[in-house]
Design a binder for this molecule. Structure first.
Ligand SMILES: [Zn+2]
Ligand SMILES: [Zn+2]
Length: 367
């Protein structure tokens, strides 16, 4: 019973699958399998990183949720990033309500990627006066046709791609004989199906305020700086800095797993991290992974420096891309594999080949 698909649950409820997207997914949730609700409750772990400042660390899910930063002020709550779907931001909001009954007054999007902003609408629904803040470039990326893996047009791409993923998962479930693996695949299938449903009913909430240079928000009881430091993970990365609490929320420009470079600027990324390092902070709330000390910045930046050097060298030596991917991956493993492979996703071997390709295209070939 815990492993019913969404369709089966709906059939049990006497609802035609075709009628589903007219329902608020929230209304369906309460009749779903019990484990789905438990999972929602356990979606985030709130970790205190300063007085009234929390990191909401996302549990691994089939469709990744980013971490959030939660900042309490005398007037209300400020949240950084909103995950991949409204049900995730609603789950976090319920947790926030346990530490503060004040409304969420500001939401900051660190960048335009799908897993950082697709939950915006749930905060907008709780407060019609919600201010959504992002860099000007991020706001532009959210509505442009081909910005990369995020934005309003990307919602359609996800809707188009998911049925094939769901079919594949169904086939995998049928084939799998190991009970633990089967259970995991069934959970993924259930997550994929509800994700598709959420995408179909999404009402994208876009930034209402943009910044192009560094801005200080004087919130009651709190100073919050929004830093535009240059291109890195995207052309619009925003860093949220609390000078008194010495905390930085870095989005995906600085994370605790392997970087995703497809929409990024690898050489600029190094300089942007160096600019970030000049700020006086002790804790990083990264876009993914766990809370890290400031020293993590040097490790993460070192990967870019070493990767660029290794790809340039291999390319000068006449290696093909495929050869480079293997050679460079092996070369840098002793220094980076352990530190970049702490979670079930975003591990060193999953991404180093893709990273090598990006460096080759964006740095070597471009030069
Ligand atoms: Zn992300
Ligand atoms: Zn990202």
């Amino acid at each position: 019973m815990a492993h019913w698909t969404r369709r089966q649950v709906l059939a049990q409820m006497g609802l035609a699958a075709a009628a589903v997207h007219t329902l608020d997914p929230h209304e369906i949730c309460c009749t779903m399998a019990a484990h789905a609700q438990t999972a929602d409750k356990d979606l985030f772990e709130l970790k205190k990183v300063g007085d009234g400042v929390y990191a909401a660390i996302a549990a691994p899910r089939f469709k990744t949720n980013c971490n959030a930063a939660v900042i309490l002020t005398d007037d209300g709550v400020i949240v950084v990033d909103s995950h991949s779907k409204p049900s995730a931001s609603r789950a976090l909001y319920a947790q926030i309500q346990e530490i503060s009954k004040k409304p969420v007054i500001k939401l900051v999007n660190t960048h335009f990627h799908w897993d950082h902003w697709q939950g915006n609408e749930s905060y907008a629904a709780t407060n019609p006066k919600l201010e959504i803040i992002a860099s000007q470039n991020t706001k532009d990326n959210l509505t442009k046709a081909d910005s990369g893996v995020g934005g309003v047009p990307f919602i359609e791409k996800q809707i188009a791609a998911l049925p094939a993923e769901i079919d594949q998962l169904k086939a995998d479930v049928q084939k799998e004989s190991d009970p633990a693996k089967k259970k995991n695949l069934e959970s993924n299938l259930q997550q994929a199906e509800s994700f598709l449903q959420e995408l179909k009913s999404m009402k994208p909430a876009l930034p209402t305020r943009t910044v192009s240079t560094t801005v200080t928000l004087k919130e009651h009881g709190r100073e919050i700086q929004l830093h535009v430091l240059g291109r890195a993970h995207t052309n619009g990365d925003l860093f949220i800095y609390l000078p008194k609490e010495k905390v930085v929320a870095s989005g995906d420009a600085l994370i605790d797993w392997m970087p995703f470079m497809n929409d990024g600027y690898p050489e600029d990324w190094i300089n942007t991290l160096t600019a970030l390092e000049k700020l006086d902070f002790t804790s990083i709330v990264p876009g993914h992974g766990d809370v890290r000390p400031k020293s993590h910045l040097a490790f993460f930046r070192g990967y870019f420096v070493d990767l660029i050097a290794a790809v340039k060298k291999a390319s000068t030596g006449g290696a093909t891309l495929a050869e480079m991917q293997t050679k460079v991956g092996d070369e840098l493993a002793s220094k980076y594999e352990a530190g970049m492979s702490k979670y079930p996703v975003g591990r060193y071997r999953d991404r180093v080949g893709q990273n090598v390709e990006m460096i080759y295209k964006k740095v070597v070939q471009k030069a």
